[in-house]
Design a binder for this molecule. Structure first.
Ligand code: XUL
Ligand code: CO
Length: 437
């Protein structure tokens, strides 16, 4: 059955096109360097926003009109969404999708029945994959929606909840593996706290690390070789999320000896909530060898919450792709649109317009970043800025030949001369790449 009957297969028509159901910049087969755009960008559709999201907010229920709205049976609805997912991904030419366990299949009264339902839907997805090029980028668990997770999952004060969350991750990991998922994501839903008056922070953090260690052990046991990813977020839903930002997560993983097993899944809107730029979070991850994947979206800098908008800001996509290219491109990761259409964009076609907008914005960002690196103007400027560390006292510092005494002796006889950082000149060069690239 076809769900999006008004939407044809989306094609690349180039920047002169005024067809809103066509790509202007995303040309999947076009090569940037040695790889095609499709292989560079590795786009994914997020199951939760695309098929579960209905546009509800604290002031009113959802407004979404969806082709599956007349289906009332929960399992039939879940099956319809599997079909709709493949249709949407295939029409957009998006090679991947991502899900939480509870997105693809509804929770039942018992964990046993919930898992049985999951098996039914996962089986259906697996069958559908046989006739499709669409693959699973990552799976994850929803351990934040149900009331049992009121105090968190692995950081709950209640050990029974820890156990339940473990059972849920075990099953979701098995399904992810069964479906050939290339990564498994941990976003710490309610892993954080509201007040230290009722919180044993040390025990919660130790338990969080124990939980991740169990996941690593179980993956090894079943032979799951997907990449484990942690997705930092500073706040929301809890006031203080433990996975605050990439630096905090990397420090946490290192202090518990878990850093070899995890990389970051960086979400643009989470970066700005943490008071950082998207590029900052990607850079921190990259220089630590832990840039895994991206949740592609954007926030609204005038609003202090996770608005999960489709990414359309070319400056942001260019600088993000610059970090990805500097990292040698995605390995198992990709660009997952963790983004939802606005409440006012309630028609099924809006699901296509929004993905097209995001895909075009990242395609253009990729082209700009490719040009920046090919020209090397900015790279050379940065290299030159640190030239003092390539000879003389700088080289001695880097190579460990100078300590405080030697540096004091040197400083006594040195006339310091700084050079301009040329920020505005560089911003203007960047604008040239953006406007002409
Ligand atoms: C929440 C968020 C999640 C994760 C997956 O802010 O980004 O959807 O991406 O659990
Ligand atoms: Co996300």
């Amino acid at each position: 059955m076809e769900y999006f009957t008004n939407v044809p297969k989306i094609k690349y028509e180039g920047k002169g096109s005024d067809n809103p159901l066509a790509f202007k910049y995303y040309n999947p087969d076009e090569k940037i360097g040695t790889k095609t755009m499709k292989d560079h960008l590795r786009f994914a559709v997020a199951y939760w926003h695309t098929y579960q999201g209905r546009g509800d907010d604290p002031f009113g229920p959802g407004t979404a009109v969806r082709p599956w709205d007349s289906i009332s049976d929960e399992m039939e609805l879940a099956k319809a969404k599997v079909e709709a997912n493949f249709e949407l991904c295939e029409k957009l030419g998006v090679p991947f999708f991502c899900f939480h366990d509870r997105d693809i299949s509804p929770e039942a009264e018992t964990l046993k029945e919930t898992n049985r339902r999951l098996d039914v839907i996962a089986g259906m997805i697996k069958d559908r994959m046989k006739n499709s090029d669409v693959k699973l980028l990552w799976g994850t668990t929803n351990t934040f929606f149900n009331a049992r997770f009121v105090h968190g999952a692995s950081t709950s004060c209640n050990a029974d909840v820890f156990a339940y969350a473990a059972a849920q991750v075990k099953k979701a990991m098995e399904i992810t593996m069964e479906l050939g998922g290339q990564n498994y994501v941990f976003w710490g839903g309610r892993e954080g706290y509201e007040t230290l008056l009722n919180t044993n922070m040390k025990l919660e953090l130790d338990n969080f690390a124990r939980f991740l260690k169990m996941a690593v052990d179980y993956a090894r046991e079943i032979g799951f070789d997907g990449q484990f990813l942690i997705e930092p977020k500073p706040k929301e839903p809890t006031k203080h999320q433990y996975d605050f930002d990439a630096a905090a997560v990397i420090g946490f993983l290192k202090s518990y000896g878990l850093d070899k097993h995890f990389k970051m899944n960086i979400e643009a809107n989470h970066a700005t909530l943490a008071g950082h730029t998207f590029q900052h979070e990607l850079r921190i991850s990259r220089i630590n060898g832990m840039l895994g994947s991206i949740d592609a979206n954007q926030g609204d800098l005038l609003l202090g919450w996770d608005t999960d908008q489709f990414p359309t800001n070319i400056y942001e996509t260019a600088m993000a792709m610059y970090e990805v290219l500097k990292d040698g491109g995605f390995k198992k990761g990709g660009l997952n649109f963790d983004a939802k259409v606005r409440r006012g964009s309630f028609e099924p076609e809006d699901l296509f317009y929004s993905h097209i907008a995001g895909m075009d914005a990242f395609a253009k960002g990729l082209k700009i970043a490719g040009k920046m690196l090919e020209d090397g103007k900015i790279e050379r400027f940065v290299e030159e800025r640190y030239a003092s560390y390539r000879s003389g006292i700088g080289k001695d510092i880097i190579e460990g030949r100078a300590g405080f005494k030697e540096l004091e002796a040197y400083a006594m006889n040195t006339d310091i001369r700084n050079k301009s950082g040329r920020q505005e000149m560089l911003e203007s060069i960047l604008n040239q790449y953006i406007l002409e690239g």
